[in-house]
Design a protein. Structure first.
Length: 215
């Protein structure tokens, strides 16, 4: 079965991701004690050549959160912030006593970002798992801080070529927070085969329902 997606399959994939991110907003709101909306501004699905895709490559410093996706559908999920976004997140959510202590600030920044990644990735993976009827889960996330111009080499050297890329540009909007992190999902071919099966089954059910109504 080809893993190239037609328009309906592409729209279905985008919808699943959008639902997952929307649901993660509730958990994120509870975590930071402030109402958060996650707005998806761009979703692209491409082949193995994902090296050009991040718009944060011009940033002096980026925070790259990596979650290994395991189970019947495997891959990797990346959440990328630039330094200015991270500074805004921690300044709005950590007490001044921690902000004034460099060691505590570094430790709490890492813990805060890892929990944000955990919340968002878990929400999207849950949607994938439920809708595609596949057992899958996210492993413990890891954080790397690197220069933006090194993102491309890092992604190329740490991933299998047997994947396709889902790129999501988004906005986190809250009273004290308005940032635009990026998501890059690298998923193996069976993810896209599963999407095709779901769309095909829905089409069959719709045809059957029409047949029943006619008779």
């Amino acid at each position: 079965m080809s893993t190239e997606l037609n328009k309906l399959e592409l729209d279905t994939t985008k919808s699943i991701i959008g639902i997952g991110l929307t649901k993660s907003a509730d958990s994120l709101s509870f975590f930071i004690k402030e109402k958060v909306k996650i707005l998806v501004t761009d979703i692209e699905i491409c082949s193995e050549d994902y090296s050009y895709i991040s718009k944060k490559q011009e940033s002096k410093s980026t925070y790259l959160l990596t979650t290994e996706i395991k189970g019947e559908i495997a891959g990797k999920a990346y959440l990328i912030f630039d330094k200015q976004e991270v500074e805004k997140i921690v300044a709005d959510n950590l007490p001044q006593s921690i902000m004034d202590n460099p060691l505590q600030k570094a430790e709490m920044t890492m813990a805060f970002l890892l929990e944000i990644d955990n919340i968002i990735t878990a929400s999207v993976v849950t949607q994938f798992s439920n809708i595609l009827d596949a057992k899958m889960y996210g492993d413990v996330p890891q954080l790397n801080i690197l220069e933006g111009n090194k993102l491309q080499n890092y992604l190329e050297s740490n991933n299998s070529t047997n994947t396709k890329t889902i790129y999501v540009n988004s906005k986190f909007v809250a009273e004290k927070m308005n940032i635009e992190p990026e998501f890059i999902w690298l998923l193996e071919d069976n993810f896209f085969q599963s999407v095709k099966k779901v769309v095909n089954n829905l089409a069959k059910m719709e045809s059957l329902n029409k047949l029943i109504i006619v008779h």
